[in-house]
Design a protein around this ligand. Structure first.
Ligand code: UFG
Length: 339
């Protein structure tokens, strides 16, 4: 039976929502984080949402010794591994930082699991592995590639996991390829908290709505899409979270080996669609300015979620209006984050 679930990166945007979902569904999450891109102040907030004290392990996954020591006494049933760096631009500047954390960290974790006979693993992968896909909506069996070191860490991680699962037939490993998670928890007390100027569209828009940034730069309006701006598959963070518990259930029902699933809605929205939906949800006018294309952006990225719908018995249930409403509620309630 899977009960005790270690969530690496459990204090981050995605991790905290997974921890809340695990609690709601009767699991016992253990939060592992080094707070390099999150705040310890989230812990009491999460405990309030979960109505219980949480087990917290402050370890850097690069620290093999501490990781091994933790596993010695932790009795973990499954690991959900999110702890990774994720800024595309930074990964081009500092590739070794990305390989050290995202690849060595993963290997350390798998070695610690092997040593302590933990057999169940869920990995946070990304739609970035599809690059500029020929077939959109994108099925899991599309060719995969990487355009930058960050993407390459996701690609390599999937390969490492496939080899590891092949070497030990008792392992159950599922990689989830996230499309674009946005929105926030219904309590409006946890959400995305990027440090500095956000790279991603939704947090950037929120900063404009809060008056902290003057306008949104729309990166490219001459793509071959209906309004000229890029199309993405935005998905509510609560749906991303429930995708993980669905994957745990698949493992609990006897799945062995390695498999990958898209977590997306299957519906694509342009940058301007998001701006308009956000305006509607917030009642705030958002100044936008056309800007040059951003290097590396693909015109269209949208999931074919059929495999996850069927085999994980999971389906995204929130629409864009709810993503914007819930996301904005979080930013409005906590404009400075956890202070
Ligand atoms: N965009 C703007 N202005 C901004 C920010 C973004 O116009 O200030 C546009 C981008 O050009 C893109 C769209 O909004 O067309 C979405 O951009 P995001 O940065 O929010 O998301 P991406 O799809 O580029 O990136 C996400 C993840 C990455 C992952 C990638 C592919 O953040 O980690 O999906 O899976 F690599």
């Amino acid at each position: 039976m899977i009960k005790r679930v270690l969530v690496t990166g459990g204090a981050g945007f995605i991790g905290s929502h997974i921890v809340a979902d695990l609690c709601e569904k009767g699991y016992e999450p253990i939060v592992l984080d080094n707070f390099s891109n999150s705040s310890p102040k989230i812990i009491p907030v999460l405990e309030k949402i979960c109505s219980k004290k949480l087990e917290l392990v402050q370890i850097d996954i690069k620290d093999k010794e501490k990781l091994f020591n933790f596993f010695k006494s932790a009795s973990v049933d499954a690991v959900i591994h999110l702890a990774a760096y994720k800024a595309v631009g930074e990964s081009v500047e500092k590739p070794l930082k990305y390989y050290e954390n995202n690849i060595s960290g993963l290997v350390n974790l798998l070695l610690a699991m092997q040593e302590h006979k933990v057999k169940n693993f869920i990995f946070s992968s990304s739609a970035t592995v599809y690059g500029d896909a020929k077939v959109v909506p994108i099925p899991e069996n599309s060719p995969i590639s990487a355009a930058n070191p960050y993407g390459r860490t996701k690609l390599m991680s999937e390969e490492i996991l496939k080899d590891t699962a092949f070497s030990d037939k008792d392992l159950s490993i599922i990689a989830l390829r996230y499309f674009n998670p946005i929105g926030a928890h219904k309590s409006a007390d946890i959400g995305e908290l990027p440090s500095g100027i956000p790279n991603n569209l939704f947090p950037y828009i929120a900063q404009v709505a809060l008056g902290k940034l003057p306008h949104l730069n729309v990166f490219g309006n001459d793509y071959d899409t209906p309004d000229g701006t890029c199309i993405r598959d935005y998905i509510h963070i609560l749906d991303i979270a429930s995708g993980h518990t669905a994957a745990l259930e698949k493992i609990a029902s006897g799945f062995k080996g390695f498999d990958v699933y898209n977590l997306g809605t299957g519906i694509g929205y342009s940058v301007l669609d998001i701006v308009n939906a956000f305006k509607k949800a917030s009642g705030i006018d958002l100044p936008v300015k056309p800007a040059a294309r951003r290097a590396g952006d693909v015109p269209r990225s949208c999931a074919n979620p059929d495999k996850a719908n069927k085999e994980l018995n999971w389906k995204a249930k929130y629409n864009l209006e709810e993503m914007c409403k819930d996301g904005w509620a979080w930013y409005k309630k906590h404009p400075e984050g956890f202070v």
